[in-house]
Design a protein around this ligand. Sequence first.
Ligand SMILES: Nc1ncnc2c1ncn2[C@@H]1O[C@H](COP(=O)(O)OP(=O)(O)O)[C@@H](O)[C@H]1O
Ligand SMILES: [Mg+2]
Length: 305
Amino acid sequence: MSGTPGRPARWPTKTEYAEAVQDPATAFAEPDLAGGVLDLNRLGMPRTSSGRNAVVFRLLGPRGACAVRCMTRAPAAGVLRYDALRRYLQGRACPALTPATWLEQGVQVGGTWWPVVLMPWVPGDTLDIALSRRLGEPRALRHLAANWRVALGQLARAGLGHGDLQHGNVLVDDELRLQLVDLDGVWVPTGHDWPRADAGHPDYRHPKEDGELHGVRLDAFPASVIFLSTLAVAADPGLWKLHTQENLIFRAADFARPHGTPLWDRLTRSPDPRVAALADRLATDCTRAPGQAGTPEELVSALHG
Ligand SMILES: Nc1ncnc2c1ncn2[C@@H]1O[C@H](COP(=O)(O)OP(=O)(O)O)[C@@H](O)[C@H]1O
Ligand SMILES: [Mg+2]
């Protein structure tokens, strides 16, 4: 699936990358990376963050701390998408989206060069950790929900879609500022609807979403799931018992049965009446076509309408 002549079909594993990067001078071609200092854990091994498709290393270079994202499988239209995004963002502002550069000759593993995505290192916690650290702090959580609307507004104004909104791709700093990472599924208005690797995380995606949705409405449903979940937990911290490593509070089974699972009942009885009203809108969205789901902005304006 690499599609690149001279490269094995199988991409390196996370462990193979972790072994290779221990010596940045030989692992990286880019001079700032080759001369950089890798973050190590207490055992002296590279400190890693990872998801389903990549492992990320923190490296201190002359321009500050950066994230070196090494992929364990080929992202759909990787170089095309990242290059298009970088060009599109020249002269446009979208601070919520972390800038990313695709380096074709990124990291050397066992004598073969593999691409990496290079980003500034974003300090903070992933959204699930950020929420779990603030249970019982409703003001902070409502502030976070408001900042989420701001970040989504930036994305919409820039005309971009993230394509994979879920807790692991949202970083939250101590000031509750939000940054989006993992841009493998970003939609850029270039005229190309490059395929998406998948339809997004099942515990965030619309129940009828099949990966064919493109364009700026791509994020509407998962963005609303995150917005509503944050406000719901602010009002009723006990909901957090529904959190697993995979979700915030909603599961795919809830989207498949709008108003038909215990979570919907509990949201209807939320101490915050806005949560009940937003949940009702989201349940309705589950029954519509994915492209007709409301954004958080539309859900909120419907409350006042
Ligand atoms: N620029 C970054 N700064 C800090 N941490 C990052 C950055 N990019 C990714 N991460 C961390 O690495 C994890 C995995 O990266 P991600 O790009 O989401 O890979 P995957 O495609 O495997 O989900 C993220 O959940 C996040 O914790
Ligand atoms: Mg991710």
